[in-house]
Design a protein around this ligand. Structure first.
Ligand SMILES: [Zn+2]
Length: 232
C-alpha cells in the first residue's frame, strides 16, 4: 500500500487523486466519506499511482537540493518570464528583494536566514501574480461571458483556485509556475463555478463547452504540483 494523506472537501462529490513532489499522494474525498473504501480505490488506481510515483521520483532525483535551499533561478512558465536570483549579505536583521531591469532579483540583507529569504521571494511572486494573473482572469472572463465579482491572489497550500457563493475568485500565486494552458483551464473551471457552485454533471458540461480539451487538462492538473518549486 503506498503512503498517502487524505483531505476532505466540501465541494467534491467524488474521490480524486493528486500527486506532488512536496505532498506525495493526496486523496481528496467528499465530506463524510467512508474511509474504509479507500484501500479499494487505491487498488483500482494502482497503475495511475505507480506512473505518478515514478514521475515524481524522477523529479526528486534531478533536484537533489535540500528542502531549505534557496533558488538561483525562478522560471515563471505561465507568463514566459525567467529570473535569476542574486544574494548579497548585508549587516541587517531583515531581507529585501528587489527586481532590476535584467530579469534579476537581488535579495540582500540577512541572507543566511533562509526563512526570511523565502518569505520575501514568496512576496515577490505574489506581487507578480497580482500584476499578471488578475488581468488574465478578467480577459478569460470576458471571453467566456462568465462575469465574477472580486479577484484575490493568495499563497495557498492545497488549492489552485476557488470560487465563493458571492462569485469571488481566489487564485493561488503558485499558478505562475504552471504552463499557460493549465492556468487558462483553471480560470475557466472557476468561472464556470459562478454558474454551478459544485462539481455536478451540469458543471462539467459547461466546462466542456468552454474548454474542449477538458479531459486532458483535468488529467494534467492532478500532477501539476510538480511544477511548483519547494521553496514556495
Ligand atoms: Zn471546482
Amino acid at each position: 500500500m503506498p503512503k498517502y494523506s487524505i483531505r476532505e472537501s466540501k465541494r467534491d462529490k467524488r474521490v480524486s487523486l493528486n500527486m506532488s513532489v512536496r505532498d506525495g499522494l493526496v486523496l481528496v474525498v467528499p465530506r463524510g466519506f467512508n474511509h474504509s473504501q479507500i484501500p479499494n480505490i487505491i487498488r483500482l488506481k494502482q497503475s495511475w499511482i505507480e506512473n505518478a510515483y515514478s514521475r515524481i521520483e524522477k523529479l526528486r532525483n534531478c533536484k537533489p537540493e535540500p528542502s531549505d535551499s534557496l533558488p538561483e533561478r525562478i522560471p515563471l512558465q505561465a507568463i514566459n518570464e525567467k529570473f535569476l536570483v542574486e544574494y548579497k549579505p548585508l549587516a541587517t536583521h531583515w531581507v529585501y528583494a528587489k527586481e532590476n531591469g535584467n530579469s534579476t532579483i537581488l535579495v540582500s540583507g540577512a541572507i543566511s536566514k533562509h526563512d526570511l529569504c523565502k518569505a520575501v521571494l514568496q512576496n515577490w511572486v505574489q506581487h507578480k501574480a497580482k500584476k499578471h494573473l488578475i488581468p488574465w482572469l478578467k480577459m478569460v472572463s470576458q471571453e467566456m461571458e462568465l462575469p465574477f465579482s472580486r479577484p484575490t491572489v493568495r499563497n495557498q497550500r492545497s488549492r489552485w483556485a476557488s470560487c465563493s457563493r458571492q462569485k469571488n475568485i481566489s487564485i493561488n500565486q503558485k499558478l505562475l509556475f504552471f504552463p499557460d494552458y493549465l492556468v487558462r483551464y483553471i480560470f475557466i473551471h472557476e468561472l464556470c463555478h459562478t454558474v454551478h457552485l459544485n462539481h455536478s454533471s451540469a458543471f462539467w458540461a459547461l466546462v466542456q463547452q468552454k474548454e474542449p480539451n477538458l479531459k486532458q487538462y483535468k488529467q494534467e492538473i492532478r500532477a501539476a504540483g510538480q511544477y511548483v518549486p519547494t521553496w514556495c
